[in-house]
Design a protein. Structure first.
Length: 190
């Protein structure tokens, strides 16, 4: 069983903000693989289904970003899902808009959602990082940057990238992070 987590903040006011890239990716995955409707459980919205004949839980924590680990930890504990079978999709302010990178483990890079997840399950889970662009490019502090809304042009760029993540998540589930990282590397090089 795999747990795929899209990070974000609940509420309409955060819907199209940079910090909600993970939620946006989760919704693309949900639609692509026709997963069951979301249910409110474990301090999150959770949907069940199959990807590559593997049972998958898709989670959007509803605890706000800084407490995402509360929800992730509860689901992982209840279903006995090891970190190696957990995939967290999140925004990254250190990557150009739409650039995708994948890795297992490592530091949180200052991302409070990841810090909190690390505190609950340790750092050795799969991560798909999707670039949100840099606050320095916009002359804005990090908090205001990640809570700002995408422009129409940025959303168009991002839609294609989120479709790519949804259409290739099956590769990560059936193989490993190294293989998936190669796929994203080739995609970014286009």
């Amino acid at each position: 069983m795999f747990l795929v987590v899209g990070l974000g903040n609940p509420g309409e006011e955060y819907a199209l903000t940079l910090h909600n890239i993970g939620f946006m990716a989760a919704d693309k995955i949900h639609g692509r693989y026709n997963l069951a409707p979301y249910k409110n459980k474990f301090e999150g919205l959770i949907a069940e289904g199959k990807i590559e004949n593997e049972k998958v839980l898709l989670l959007k924590p509803q605890t706000f970003m800084n407490l995402s680990g509360n929800s992730v930890g509860k689901v992982a504990s209840f279903y006995k899902i090891e970190p190696k079978n957990i995939i967290v999709i999140h925004d990254d302010k250190d990557l150009a808009l739409g650039k995708i990178k994948a890795k297992i483990g490592g530091s949180s890079g200052g991302h409070n959602g990841l810090k909190n997840i690390d505190a609950h399950i340790g750092p050795e889970y799969n991560r798909i990082r999707i670039g949100a662009g840099s606050p320095k490019e916009h002359n804005i502090d990090t908090i205001n940057f990640v809570l700002s809304r995408f422009s129409k042009a940025e959303l168009e760029v991002l839609e294609e990238k989120l479709d790519f993540v949804a259409s290739t998540i099956n590769e990560l589930i059936k193989t490993d992070i190294a293989h998936y990282s190669n796929i994203t590397g080739m995609y970014n090089a286009k």
